[in-house]
Structure formats: C-alpha cells, structure tokens
Design a protein around this ligand. Structure first.
Ligand SMILES: NC(=O)c1ccc[n+]([C@@H]2O[C@H](COP(=O)([O-])OP(=O)(O)OC[C@H]3O[C@@H](n4cnc5c(N)ncnc54)[C@H](OP(=O)(O)O)[C@@H]3O)[C@@H](O)[C@H]2O)c1
Length: 483
C-alpha cells in the first residue's frame, strides 16, 4: 500500500508538536488506540474496518516558519519515537512493526509564513513538485495578539465560576488593528486566510491521493481546521479582516468554524449529488485548553506555572476541557485523522445521537455574559437543523484523553455569512494568486486545476472599488503589494 503523507502546520511547538508526537506513537504501533470509535453512533456502512490500513511508511511534513526551530523539533520527534521503541523492547515486546515504521519514516520540513501570501503559495507549490499526493493536512499554526490580562475581569468571575473563567479567557486584552506586511489584518491572515490559501493551493495534492488505485474509501483526505472553544461571533461581517475588533483571536476562530463548516457542507452536498465519496473532507478540531507558547509574550514564568496549576484545578473541579499537555491535546487531531471517516459523527446524519458536552448551558452563559460583558449565544432551538460540530480534546479527572464534540455556535444565524466568507476568500484568492502568476512560483507542469469538488463558488467576484469588496473596514485596499 502507499505511504501515508501528512502535513502539519505549526508543527515545531505546542499542540502541533503534540499532535506529531501522538501520530508517531500511534502509527508505530499495530494497535492505534486513538483511532478507536469515540462516539456511540449508528455506523452507516457495515464494512467499517476494525484494523487500520497497512501503510508502507509515513512522510510527516512539518510546515513551519522558522527552520531552526523546525530542525530542533524534528530531532526531538525522532528521539521521542526512538525512546518509545526502546521502552517496548525493554518490556520484551517483539516490535517488528515499530522497527519497520521507524525505517520507513521520513520527516520533512517546509518553510511557510502564513502572514505572507507569497510564502504560502511558494511553499504549497514547492510541495506540489516534491510530493505526489497528500493524505491529510492539519491546519494548526495560529497566533493571537494577546497583550495583557484585565485583572478586574478575571478575579471576580474566577472566584464565582472558576471552571468557566479558566476555560473562556475573555479577560485577555488583545491588540487592535495589527497588520501583516501584505497589508491584511495580521491575525486574520495568519489564522484564517493564510491557511485557506494553503489548502486551496494544496487541493490538487489532496485530490491526487483519491485518484490512486489503492485508495480506501474509509480514509478520504481530510483537512483539519484548528478552532477553539472560544470561537465566537465577536466580529462584525464588515470587519472581516478583524482589524477593528478587540477580540481578533476569537473572531478568527469563529471564521474558521464558519468557513470549514461551509466547505464540509459543500463536500457532502457534492457527495450526495454525484453519489461518489468526496475526495476531501473538512473537519473542525480544537485542543481544549493546553499549556503552549501562544500566550508566552504576556505571561511571566511564574504566571505560566500558576496557569498550569489552575488547569489541573479546573480538571479537578470536573472540567473535561483542560488537557493541559499538548501531547494529550493532540488527540483531537490523531483521532479525526486515523479513524475511518464513518466513525466521525456527521451532524446531518447523526444529530440525535450526539450529546453536546458543552459548558454553555443557557444559564451559565447568561451569567458569564453578565460578568464579563461577553456576548454569548442562546442555546439553539431544538427544532433548528443540527449545526455543524467540532471535535475537541477532552480528559477525565485523571487526564485520560478522549474526544468530545461541540456545536458551531449560532449556525442558523451565521450560515449565510459562512457562504459569503467562502465566496469572498475564493474571490480574493483568485484575484491575488491566479490573476498574478508572475508573482509566484509557476504551477508545476502536469498539475491539474482545481477539481470538481472544489469550493462551490456561485459567482466569481471581480475587483471593484465601488461595492467595497476587497476593501477593509477602514476603506483602504487590501492588495498592497499585489496590485
Ligand atoms: N493552547 C490552547 O489552549 C489553544 C486553545 C484553542 C486553540 N488553540 C489553537 O491551537 C493552534 C496551535 O496553538 P498552540 O497553542 O500550540 O500555540 P503555539 O505553541 O504558539 O504554536 C503555534 C504554532 O504556530 C506557528 N505560527 C504562528 N504564527 C505563524 C505564522 N505566521 N506562520 C507560520 N507558523 C506560525 C508557531 O510557529 P513559531 O514557533 O515559529 O512561533 C507555532 O509553531 C492554534 O491554531 C491555536 O489557535 C490553542
């Protein structure tokens, strides 16, 4: 069988690194426990395999912006795997499978900065010349403009509702109006649009796997979009580059919820229309609350220590959302990548079987809203069509990992916005990339253009100063450097 080829963005650190560790650990074993079904859903097809496919090797691609950090992380990953294999050997386990896996493992590094359109396109096109196909893409890299803690907003809610306050960090002050060198909203480009372009440029590679002869329809290519428990509708659609909001992080994650849900909806619609399995599926994942580098620039070492203690405390109080350790948090990625696709609940088909393990019961949310001035959603009307879901890393009180589901909030209200966003991103992607071939590495020869189940875009929008399309909320053009 073919090699398994997985790309993970932001793989040198935090949750991305944890997910890579977990992938190595799981794929080096015949028994991939993370692939076990996590949800009690009626399986659509009776022939869902119990055993994982036997790949002939793994190519793990670490997509990072800093080569030095990436090289160091690659070294750590290889030593981590070697230690695992040694431990198995010391236990007297004859591990031919693991030895074989190690021999056939290749860890590659690709340089990419998501705040630069050129860097993203050149990286993806470089990958298209190097790899024949890509099984899965984990869009994990992300950043936040966290600057400080608003202690007034933290202390009282923390005393009254510790679990909620340790889960939803609405007391963090964030920078406003930060821009990338391309002239876009920095957090928006880094967390949402950069990953979108990356996916679109890699779409031919993801689809190429589907056209291979040994493809197993239980394991279609998957794009994992990393969101957050905190993903909320903080943004106003007119501030879609998130340069006016003081919650650009949460808003960027909510945009990810909307865009990924819309892409998945389109993939499923096409599946139904053509009666053929979708070539690429889109899955939303979140790591829960993990202790990583994302808030490093505003935390002193003592605060990081206290935060880690607080995460244990939240878990002790019953929170499932505090995996803390990035390696545990990585289970959301490993489960959704390694399990047969039929084991992932599909809201359109399994809504009645899902129990939402959310913290947002209406009462609690109203309370939180009052305490922190955060505008929260109301609980959905049970008569509404089931919203899309995201898969999150959870633990029990002892830190044993598992996967839970949450719904995408306010889907009914924001579904039209999700369509508008995909259309806007697609128009922008084309106006920046396809219409300016001279600015990028040429598309490799023999490559094919976006396939039939690419994003369904009703009408391509053209650059137009009149209708504001392509303008940021302050009215300046977004294409500085690309006109
Ligand atoms: N930690 C949590 O509790 C939590 C909760 C919910 C969601 N998440 C999400 O999980 C993902 C991983 O975050 P983390 O917590 O693991 O944070 P992290 O430790 O800071 O890791 C972020 C990764 O993204 C990379 N990155 C940042 N900006 C980039 C850019 N412009 N171009 C390319 N790579 C870039 C970083 O590279 P460098 O090392 O070079 O900076 C790093 O590898 C993010 O999408 C985050 O929003 C985290």
């Amino acid at each position: 069988m073919s090699r398994l080829c997985i790309a993970v963005t932001g793989a040198n650190n935090g949750v991305g690194f944890g997910a890579c560790q977990r992938l190595l650990e799981q794929l080096s074993s015949e028994h991939q426990t993370d692939a076990n079904p996590q949800f009690d859903i009626p399986v659509e097809s009776k022939d869902v395999p119990d055993e994982p496919p036997q790949w002939s090797g793994l190519t793990l691609i670490m997509v990072c912006r800093n080569m030095q950090k990436a090289e160091a992380a690659r070294g750590k990953l290889l030593s981590y795997l070697d230690r695992i294999l040694e431990v198995r050997k010391a236990k007297g386990i004859v591990d031919e499978y693991g030895k074989n896996f190690r021999q056939n493992l290749v860890i590659e590094i690709e340089k990419c900065d998501f705040t630069s359109v050129k860097s993203v396109v050149d990286c993806a096109r470089g990958m298209r010349t190097k790899y024949p196909y890509l099984n899965h893409l984990v869009l994990n890299a992300g950043a936040a403009s966290f600057t400080a803690i608003d202690w007034f907003k933290l202390v009282i809610p923390l005393l009254l509702h510790p679990v909620i306050s340790l889960t939803v960090a609405s007391y963090i002050i964030q920078g406003i109006g930060e821009r990338s060198e391309d002239g876009f909203g920095y957090i928006w480009q880094c967390n949402v649009f950069g990953p979108y372009i990356f996916y679109r440029e890699l779409q031919p590679l993801l689809e190429a796997f589907h056209s291979r002869s040994d493809v197993d329809h239980h394991y279609p290519s998957r794009v994992l979009w990393t969101t957050s428990i905190e993903a909320t509708h903080f943004y106003r659609p007119e501030d879609w580059q998130l340069v006016e909001t003081n919650h650009s992080y949460e808003a960027s994650k909510y945009q990810i919820d909307l865009v990924a849900s819309q892409l998945e909806k389109q993939a499923l619609r096409l599946e139904e229309q053509t009666n053929r399995p979708a070539k690429v599926r889109h899955v939303l994942i979140h790591p829960g609350c993990a202790s990583t580098g994302i808030a490093d620039n505003m935390l002193y070492p003592i605060m990081i220590y206290l935060m880690n203690l607080a995460f244990y405390f939240a878990r002790f109080l019953g929170s499932p959302h505090h995996p803390k350790d990035p390696h545990i948090a990585g289970i959301a990625a490993t489960h959704t990548l390694l399990t047969p696709i039929e084991n992932l609940p599909n809201p359109q088909r399994h809504s009645r079987c899902l129990k939402f393990s959310e913290i947002d019961s209406e009462q609690k949310m109203l309370l939180q809203e009052k305490l922190t001035e955060v505008k929260w959603i109301r609980v959905i009307d049970p008569k509404d069509p089931p919203p899309p879901i995201k898969f999150g890393a959870e633990t029990d009180i002892f830190g044993n990992p598992r996967v839970g589901v949450m719904r995408v909030k306010q889907w009914k209200e924001y579904e039209p916005e999700s369509r508008a966003l995909v259309e806007r991103f697609e128009g922008l992607y084309k106006s920046l990339v396809s219409d300016h071939p001279e600015k990028f590495t040429p598309v490799p020869e023999g490559d094919f253009s976006p396939a039939a189940d690419g994003p369904v875009v009703q009408k391509r929008r053209v650059w137009d100063h009149q209708d504001g399309y392509g303008s940021n909320a302050r009215g300046s053009t977004y294409t500085s450097g690309y006109n």
